[in-house]
Structure formats: structure tokens, C-alpha cells
Design a protein. Structure first.
Lengths: 115, 115
């Protein structure tokens, strides 16, 4: 597609429920990132996928968070047993790997509210 | 660990005037990249300008320019001839040239351009 697409745009869930957030990267972009943005704060790195290599999961805050990506396609970020502190905007970005710092394109994010 | 600090939570400027947003960072790396991103209410992060640390010349993009002081670890953004459309959150970000190319963000500065 023309840009990075994220769905849903907004999600309200009850505490304790599981949620899945989806990211469709730009076609051909081998690198994909998930970031979390809490209210009034900057973005925090969560996870990085590059092709079929093992993902960099160093930013995941707890074992309730997981993400998957098959090849160079769609990625899903799953949060199990959601807590109120999980409320945030979750942003996805994709990039052509060989362009490194020059190729980031962000989506518009999913605003997650845990009530 | 690398950190990025933006000490101005909010700034205000009159339309057509010039404003400077501050950013400092901490790293032991010698080679890295610095960025300014704009985030309007649509939530999508838009790249404003980037600087490679090995380049001494300050980057310029139309009305946007940076003052990069490597020894002082300072990277400020100057917006000239401010326009109403410049109203947004601005984030300073650091990237080390490791295999993941992940970004480390500051907490942001909210800029309001007054008519």
C-alpha cells in the first residue's frame, strides 16, 4: 500500500481482556517496528522485525506482550490480560532495511484504552 | 544507555516569527544519527530533519534548520517564518548504527503557533 496501515484506529477494552493490534507495512519494506507512546510522552521501542531473522524483543515491557510477523507481511501485536497502564498509542513503522535510518515511515497508530 | 532530553514541554510563537526547540542527548557512541519528528493530531510521525553525527555541517530543510553541537551533545531545531500548520508536538530522536536502527525519543515539545 501507499503507507503504513494500522487497525483498529481506536480500541477500548476491559481490564483483563486480550487485544490484538494490526500493522500493514509498506509493500517491500523488510523492517518493521512497534513503538508505544504513553500520554504526554515520547515513543518507546517495543520490538523490531527484519525479514526472517530473529526479532529484537528487547523493548517488550512484560511477558504479556508478544508480536508476530510472517515474512515481510502483516504484523500483530498482542497484549494479554490488559492492565490500565497499557493504555497508550501503539505506533508501527516500516523501513527498507538497507536504508537504515533514512527509510522510516510511521502509521497513524492504534489508541488503546483499558477501562 | 542512550537518553534524549527535551526540557521545554511547551513553546509558543507568533506566526512568521522564529522559534528554537532544544534537545540534548547522552551517548558514548561516536557515530550516530539525530532526528526531529513532527506529530500533528493525526498521530502520524512525520520526519522534519535529520543529521548524521559525522557531518559537521548543520542540516537544513527549507524553513527548518538544526544547530548540532557534537561536543556539547546538543541538537536544537530552528523553525523560521513559523506557520499555523507548524502547530504540533515535536520530538527529538537518537539512533545508534546498530543492527536494529531503533529510535530513542525525547518526551516532546508542544509548539503552538499563534495567528
Amino acid at each position: 500500500g501507499a503507507g503504513v496501515s494500522q487497525s483498529p484506529s481506536n480500541k477500548v477494552t476491559e481490564k483483563g481482556k486480550d487485544v490484538e493490534l494490526r500493522c500493514d507495512p509498506i509493500s517491500g519494506h523488510t523492517a518493521l517496528y512497534w513503538y508505544r507512546q504513553r500520554l504526554g510522552q515520547g515513543l518507546e521501542f517495543l520490538i523490531y522485525f527484519q525479514g526472517n531473522s530473529a526479532p529484537d524483543k528487547s523493548g517488550l515491557p512484560s511477558d504479556r506482550f508478544s508480536a508476530e510477523r510472517t515474512g515481510e507481511s502483516v504484523s500483530t501485536l498482542t497484549i494479554q490480560r490488559t492492565q490500565q497502564e497499557d493504555s497508550a498509542v501503539y505506533l508501527c513503522a516500516s523501513s527498507l532495511s538497507h536504508r537504515g535510518p533514512y527509510g522510516y515511515t510511521f502509521g497513524s497508530g492504534t489508541r488503546l484504552t483499558v477501562v | 544507555a542512550q537518553t534524549v532530553t527535551q526540557s521545554q514541554p511547551e513553546m509558543s510563537v507568533q506566526e512568521a516569527e522564529t522559534v528554537t526547540l532544544s534537545c540534548t542527548y547522552d551517548t558514548s557512541e561516536n557515530n550516530y544519527y539525530l532526528f526531529w519528528y513532527k506529530q500533528p493530531p493525526s498521530r502520524q510521525m512525520i520526519l522534519v530533519i535529520r543529521q548524521e553525527a559525522y557531518k559537521q555541517q548543520n542540516a537544513t530543510e527549507n524553513r527548518f534548520s538544526v544547530n548540532f553541537q557534537k561536543a556539547a551533545k546538543s541538537f536544537s531545531l530552528k523553525i523560521s517564518d513559523s506557520q499555523l500548520g507548524d502547530t504540533a508536538m515535536y520530538f527529538c530522536a537518537f539512533m545508534a548504527p546498530d543492527s536494529s536502527y531503533k529510535l530513542i525519543f525525547g518526551s516532546g515539545t508542544r509548539l503552538l503557533v499563534r495567528p
